[in-house]
Design a protein around this ligand. Structure first.
Ligand code: ADP
Ligand code: MG
Ligand code: MG
Length: 500
């Protein structure tokens, strides 16, 4: 596929044309469900258009294609990390001493579930590997690898469709012509459909292993024996429409129903058969427990919430993710994998994919009392402007940036330092792409983060991988001035790619 080697500038619209574009964009976004609930306190609980850029953001096609091509290799790597259980548990149990509140609790829950009996060795991961384009090398560099509750796969499809609609309808060009010439240049992510496909891998594995029939003759309704996906959600979730898009794709493409339960209500609402360990919700047998929750300590406000995690873990249902798969996404694991000797253990063959995968790593240091850890502590105080300090947390808003690092470390007891990692800052290009947010156009420089979704179903004991897919992409952008880019957290927006 030939693509222009130089990126075109953003379309130049008159203010009248821009106003017309905004009207068209808003109607399309609202019609297609590119929606989010507004932040609390809710004035009225009506959804609003999710914050979005007016145009797709330029991204080099070569680097995008690299990210896609290494996607299943990353899946393979993280499946191996989990099946090398002894190694993983050693790392996690040590880390639990420094981060008792969350890593420690997750690990304790795993041990309790193990003592009760974990009856399903197969687990499902729907992951998202995040990258930024590094201006120094013009290559993608990995920000992090998320193994729990990855979001925006649903809205990503919708924003791609939105930008592509605006392009096809001549709203970016002059005289009603397309501004971006080919569909390749403004790709639509199939993530809603592909994440649903990932869930279906879990459903179909469970149903065939339990000899449950789902197939019906054309026109017949779904058999009552067919299982459901149980989506475990947070109370007061704002990003509901993103979740719904995946849920509807699962129903539309595979005829699988999804039911939703809030994490704190799990223990009072599910039933587990003590003989078969099958999980039931509302009379339905559950084949896959899909967490869109359970990644932040703030969610675990009562002991019932931790109990929920333990109860579900022991059941026969396939968990997406299991506790160990969730723990494999710890930032500490990411740091360890940048050590060549550790990477060799999991991916011993140094082929092109592994080389490309490894080329996305920046330097990440432990903050422990090893030789490297001592070097890191020195760097953190001497040149903090080059680093971000990260705790073992998910969901945005937890990191410490640049000049804030020394002060933060001074106030942190030294015995807790090893719960953090120190990562080199990546410097992405800045683009003047306007954001439309709650009806207002914001014109500030933006930086973007590419997410690549993946799905893998694997046996945690044998390490056998039963399915391994690339599951679409996502582009999120945020104003350059904000350190963190969570769309739901309020300082970012969904975007799409213009590949050049
Ligand atoms: P979380 O799991 O909370 O999402 P991340 O590691 O993704 O944590 O960090 C949150 C945000 O911080 C990222 O979305 C990105 O905007 C910024 N960030 C993280 N690491 C880096 C880095 N090495 N260089 C530049 N920005 C970073
Ligand atoms: Mg994360
Ligand atoms: Mg992140």
């Amino acid at each position: 596929m030939s693509t222009p080697s130089q990126s075109k500038p953003f379309p130049k619209l008159t203010s009248k044309e821009e106003q017309h574009l905004i009207n068209e964009l808003t109607h399309h976004a609202l019609s297609q469900g590119l929606l989010i609930y507004p932040p609390a306190p809710f004035e009225n609980y009506h959804p609003i258009q999710a914050p979005v850029t007016l145009y797709p953001t330029p991204f080099p096609s070569k680097e995008f294609e690299k990210a896609v091509s290494i996607s299943t290799k990353f899946n393979e790597l993280y499946a191996k990390v989990v099946s090398e259980r002894k190694w993983l548990i050693e790392v996690i149990s040590k880390l639990s001493q420094f981060d008792a509140d969350f890593t420690g609790k997750l690990y304790e829950s795993y041990k309790t579930a193990l003592a009760n009996g974990i009856h399903q060795p197969v687990s499902l991961a729907l992951i998202r590997s995040d990258y930024m384009l590094d201006t120094a090398t013009n290559q993608i560099k990995q920000i992090e690898f998320n193994t729990v509750s990855v979001s925006f796969g649903g809205l990503s499809t919708k924003v791609g469709e939105l930008h592509s609609f605006l392009n096809e309808n001549g709203l970016y060009g002059s005289n009603g012509s397309r501004y971006y010439e080919t569909a390749y240049e403004v790709p639509v992510s199939d993530s809603a459909k592909l994440l649903a496909k990932g869930l279906y891998h879990g459903v179909s594995y469970y149903e065939s292993s339990q000899k449950i029939k789902r197939k019906t003759a054309k026109g017949e309704s779904i058999p009552s024996t067919a299982t459901i996906v149980l989506m475990v959600i947070q109370p007061g979730e704002r990003n509901v429409f993103d979740q719904r898009a995946v849920e509807y794709a699962l129903f539309q493409n595979y005829g699988v129903r999804t039911k939703r339960v809030e994490l704190p209500s799990v223990t009072s609402q599910v039933k587990v058969d003590p003989e078969t360990h099958k999980l039931y919700y509302d009379g339905d047998e559950v084949s896959v427990v899909y967490y869109r929750s359970a990644y932040a300590p703030s969610e675990f406000t009562s002991s019932e919430t931790w109990d929920a995690r333990v109860v579900l873990e022991s059941t026969l249902a396939v968990k997406c993710p299991s506790l160990l798969t969730q723990l494999s996404g710890a930032k500490k694991i990411q740091q360890l994998l940048t050590d060549e000797s550790i990477l060799n253990k999991f991916l011993p063959v140094k082929d092109e994919l592994r080389t490309n995968l490894q080329s996305t790593f920046v330097k990440i240091y432990p903050m422990d009392d090893s030789e490297l850890g001592l070097k890191a502590a020195k760097l953190a105080f001497e040149q903090p402007e080059n680093f971000v300090l990260k705790p073992q947390r998910e969901g945005g808003g937890n990191n410490i940036y640049k000049e804030d690092i020394p002060k933060f470390l001074k106030n942190l007891p030294k015995k807790e330092w090893a719960g953090y990692i120190l990562m080199e800052l990546i410097h992405p290009p800045v683009f003047e792409n306007p954001i439309l947010k709650t009806g207002e156009v914001i014109k500030e420089g933006l930086v973007s983060e590419l997410g690549v979704f993946g799905a893998y179903l694997f046996d945690e004991q044998s390490g056998k991988v039963l399915a391994n897919d690339y599951s679409g992409h996502l582009l999120r952008s945020k104003t350059q001035s904000s350190n963190e880019g969570g769309v739901a957290a309020g300082f970012g927006c969904v975007d799409s790619l213009y590949l050049y």
